[in-house]
Design a binder for this molecule. Structure first.
Ligand SMILES: [Cu+2]
Length: 183
């Protein structure tokens, strides 16, 4: 229920606002990468995109540490079960607005990790924007990072961790994702 509210709020946020003149000025803030367990073959990266320029669109994400790096979101089906969705068209980043990638919501999915995500290491993440082009940032691995609790008071922590662990197992050797390996 709460997660659904977050999803709807996020969906509303990605609707373009009035386009501002000038070139896109994209900043990626507060990024971190994590996996559910030290042996996970999948992981995820979270961050906040601030757009001080005109409306833009995040169209792709890339790393060198995973077989496949995808833009994902979560959506709740009619039975109230949260599922991950590969969003191939990417995400709108509204002019003068922000787009939040957080646990239980949008995330950069790392499928088929070459090795473990080690606390203190960094992951080079390249985000491709329609207007701003490629932006590469160093993302610290933070396995102990807790989800932000502003919207759901901390009750979602165990649930979200359990969920991401579950999808990790489901995804890591999922043949349906192998077609994206080279993209
Ligand atoms: Cu995912």
């Amino acid at each position: 229920m709460l997660l659904k509210s977050i999803f709807i709020a996020t969906t509303l946020m990605v609707m373009p606002l009035a386009a501002a003149a000038g070139e896109a000025k994209i900043k990626v803030l507060d990024a971190y990468a994590r996996a559910s367990t030290p042996t996970s073959k999948s992981g995820a990266i979270f961050f906040e995109i601030k757009n001080h320029g005109a409306a833009d669109r995040l169209t792709a994400a890339a790393t060198t540490i995973a077989n496949s790096t995808q833009l994902h979101t979560h959506s709740e089906n009619s039975n109230g079960v949260m599922r991950m969705i590969h969003v191939e068209e990417g995400f709108e980043v509204p002019a003068g607005g922000s787009l939040i990638f957080a646990r239980g919501g949008h995330h950069v999915m790392l499928l088929g990790l070459a090795g473990s995500l080690v606390q203190g290491d960094t992951v080079a993440l390249t985000l491709t924007f329609e207007m701003a082009g490629d932006i590469t940032i160093d993302v610290p691995v933070d396995l102990s990072r807790k989800p932000k609790t502003a919207a759901h008071g901390g009750h979602g922590d165990a649930h979200l961790d359990g969920h991401s662990d579950g999808h990790g197992h489901g995804h890591s050797d999922d043949a349906s994702h192998s077609g994206h390996s080279d993209s």
